[in-house]
Design a protein around this ligand. Structure first.
Ligand code: 5RP
Length: 236
């Protein structure tokens, strides 16, 4: 007897496919990080192989994205070689009603912010569990920090009212090391009243490279939902 399909996986697959459908031929595509975007990358590869899509180049936001792009036959380029990104597709850990985000569940938020902010259209792909009324309600803010500055940055985050915790590896002893060789401090602030101010304040702490609050970057949110057990895509 085959197991029933995992509903969350089903939502992620459908929303990834819906985003990949919006990519046009002859475009530069920002390739996000995470399990939902992975489906978008897979479908982009399928569209290329079938001839439905031609001449795209991807800008990966992480090692994961570049490995997946190569696996699915998507040619890659860099920000040094292009003067625009037409569209970027990326996931999120929280989305508020103003399309502001918390990202960085995969510790890739620094490169993601560079690529997603440059894109002429930034599409966010999430399942319905990621929607919140106020950022910070369910997810801590990931803060990427130079390793030599971990202790003073932890103190500064505490003095801002946060509860910082160094992100530790899974199936790897010690802290998570980002693609840039830094560490991530996940910081709980509770519901964030002013995400614009907090994003700036965090980035002003010496030793902080970037934090996971994305304000005013997303153009379109594609939300995978289940209605009567069937996947359905809603737009925000
Ligand atoms: C990586 C991210 C991801 O996009 C975010 O964590 C969502 O991932 P998933 O689609 O696996 O839920 O920000 O840094």
């Amino acid at each position: 007897m085959s197991a029933a399909p995992d509903p969350v996986k089903l939502m992620k697959q459908q929303v990834g496919k819906a985003a990949a459908q919006r990519v046009n031929s002859n475009s530069i595509v920002g390739l996000g990080t995470g399990s939902t975007t992975a489906f978008a990358i897979q479908y982009l590869g399928e569209r290329l192989q079938s001839g439905d899509l031609n001449n795209i180049k991807g800008i990966p936001t992480s090692f994961q994205a570049s490995v997946l792009a190569k696996l699915h036959g998507i040619p890659l380029t860099t920000l040094d070689e292009v003067d625009r990104i037409h569209i970027a597709i990326d996931g999120a850990d929280e989305v508020d009603p103003h399309k502001n985000l918390i990202k960085g569940g995969g510790a890739a938020h620094t490169r993601e912010k560079v690529v997603d902010s440059l894109a002429e259209q930034f599409i966010v792909v999430v399942d319905q569990s990621k929607l919140v009324e106020t950022l910070g309600s369910t997810f801590p803010v990931p803060v990427e920090v130079l390793p030599m500055a971990i202790t003073p940055v932890m103190r500064a985050l505490e003095s801002l009212g946060g509860q910082p915790e160094l992100r530790m590896g899974v199936k790897k002893d010690g802290p998570v090391i980002t693609d840039q060789g830094n560490m991530v401090i996940d910081t709980k602030f509770g519901a964030i009243a002013d995400p614009v101010a907090l994003e700036k304040t965090l980035n002003n702490i010496p030793g902080v490279l970037e934090n996971g609050i994305f304000v005013g970057v997303a153009d379109l949110i594609l939300i995978g939902e289940l209605q009567n057990g069937e996947p359905f895509i809603r737009e925000l």
